[in-house]
Design a binder for this molecule. Structure first.
Ligand SMILES: [Mg+2]
Length: 525
């Protein structure tokens, strides 16, 4: 840290030196040149002149020193902001990469092992949003202190950005040493934190790599540590995971799948199947849900449970989801052109799509391009859409609703919906999660939940769709509990558009497509 110098002392010193110098000259002149005895009058003038010149030189010198100080301060500030994190004062990414490069080179030269730990606070985004950014910053500061308190003198810790920290542990005697430190950090971070009288619990996930074994340059090391950290997050957080070749292979496979998905969309490997939604009273098909399928060449069908989470994670869900929306709307229009009755088309919307700024515009464009009436489109959202920024989510829902688009909440009961928000949502349908429907006739708790969802929805003027109905017992139970609509293998599996058409045609002729199934069933409850 730069310290200001004592400039006034140097000015006074200059005065004294100036005065002493001129006094000496005057004395020499009196003694050797004029031979006039030294008298007080002649003595005072040189002292005053000398002191004035000294003062002038001193002030000028002080100004030079001040300018130099300001330059040093500016240089120091630039250095600080270029290499250190403003909030925690820890080295930042730039300095970390430099230290990492030196540490790896040192480890390679001396055949040592460098431990690199990447720490990320679990669910920090949620903590930050619920506490506010000021308290979020305080939390980061406290976590940084706790991490710093767990390390050896030879280790160094840096803030990579956001809620990510990196710890460098040079000269490891044994990989277990790094695990010991990781455990110590996990325990320290998990201690309750008091922020403005509020007790906050947080935890972190740690990815560990050993250099040069698992990587010998900064970017590779951080990339691999990131993979290991996400492995720890996938395991539920508050734990550490080592990077290994196997984990790297998994990441490579995911990347290959990601590239395949992009090519697949261009090649037309994706297609939609449609599953009917049946009115439980009339047995008529009132809508269909569009379900995405992927048939990869040389691989075969890939389960949506595998590729949709990956598409969501990588952001590929945005173009893919838009393709689904456009194709489904086009299909609904095509059926009408074939003379089939107008059928509501339900399209699933992922959280990432829902948060797109231009979602409303995209939906409006697709409706305009395909010519589908907004009232024939239903967007299925999940409860996760409302967890973060509920007010913004509500505004988007109202905009879509004003356009005339139907909205439903998918898998209801599995997320963290706030009933207060549900009351304000312009929702048309709630879909009871398969999870509750599966054991509805055997598990009294699931039966009670389903019944409560139906009663609550009806009181709020929302219709209920039960998903995953496979048996007539489940169907009878739901009919008895006044559930409105149903979807499931009992009625029809998801099927290609040409197979749905005859079922839709039955509705047109006034017949019930599923009258056989819905013919009086013995009531179980
Ligand atoms: Mg759905």
């Amino acid at each position: 840290m730069h310290k200001p110098r004592h400039h006034m002392a140097s000015v006074l010193l200059s005065c004294l030196i100036g005065a002493a110098l001129l006094l000496s000259i005057a004395a020499l002149q009196h003694l050797f040149v004029s031979h006039v005895p030294l008298i007080p009058r002649n003595f005072v003038i040189p002292v005053l002149v000398g002191a004035s010149i000294g003062l002038f030189i001193g002030l000028y010198h002080r100004r030079l020193l001040q300018r130099e100080d300001r330059l040093q301060e500016a240089y120091h500030d630039i250095w600080q902001s270029a290499y250190y994190d403003q909030l925690t004062g820890l080295p930042n990414r730039t300095l970390l990469l430099d230290r990492l490069r030196q540490a790896v080179a040192h480890a390679c030269r001396h055949q040592q092992t460098l431990g690199v730990l990447l720490l990320d606070i679990d669910r920090f985004k949620r903590i930050n949003e619920s506490l506010g950014h000021t308290l979020g910053d305080q939390l980061i500061l406290l976590v940084a202190e706790r991490i710093s308190s767990c390390i050896r003198d030879s280790d160094s810790v840096a803030r990579l950005g956001g809620d990510e920290f990196v710890l460098l542990m040079p000269d490891l005697k044994h990989p277990d040493d790094v695990a010991l430190v990781a455990n110590k950090i996990l325990t320290a971070v998990a201690q309750p934190i008091e922020l403005e009288g509020q007790e906050v619990f947080c935890s972190c996930s740690i990815g560990i790599i050993l250099a040069p074994l698992d990587g010998d340059d900064g970017d590779t090391i951080l990339k691999h540590a990131d993979i290991a950290m996400y492995k720890a997050k996938d395991s539920g957080g508050n734990c550490y995971r080592f990077y290994s070749w196997y984990m790297n292979q998994q990441a490579v496979e995911r990347l290959a799948m990601e590239a395949n998905m992009q090519r697949g969309l261009e090649r037309g490997d994706f297609f939609l199947h449609y599953q009917p939604q049946i009115d439980l009273r009339s047995g008529r098909i009132v809508g269909v849900e569009a379900l995405l399928r992927w048939q990869a060449p040389n691989i075969g069908p890939i389960s949506p449970e595998l590729f949709i989470p990956l598409a969501e994670e990588t952001g590929f869900i945005i173009p893919l989801g838009e393709w689904v929306l456009r194709s489904a709307c086009q299909q609904a229009v095509n059926w009408q052109r074939q003379g089939l009755p107008p059928t509501r088309m339900a399209v699933n919307l992922s959280v990432r799509q829902f948060r797109q700024k231009d979602l409303v515009q995209t939906v409006a464009n697709v409706l305009a391009e395909t010519g589908l009436k907004p009232s024939l489109l239903e967007l299925e959202l999940t409860e996760s859409c409302f967890v973060e920024r509920p007010n913004e989510a509500m505004a988007v829902l109202h905009e879509l609703s004003r356009m005339g688009v139907n909205l439903s909440i998918d898998d209801f009961g599995t997320g963290y919906s706030s009933l207060a928000y549900l009351k304000l949502c312009p929702i048309n349908h709630l879909k009871i999660a398969i999870h509750f429907v599966r054991d509805i006739t055997t598990n009294p708790d699931d039966a009670a939940i389903a019944e409560a969802i139906i009663a609550m929805s009806h009181a709020m003027g929302i219709r209920v769709i039960a998903e995953g109905i496979e048996t007539t017992e489940q169907q009878s139970f739901l009919v008895n509990k006044d559930c409105d609509l149903a979807q499931g293998f009992l009625f029809a599996r998801p099927m290609p558009p040409e197979k749905i058409a005859p079922l839709l045609a039955k509705g047109e002729s006034g017949q019930s497509a599923f009258s056989e199934i819905l013919s009086p069933q013995p009531a179980l409850f």
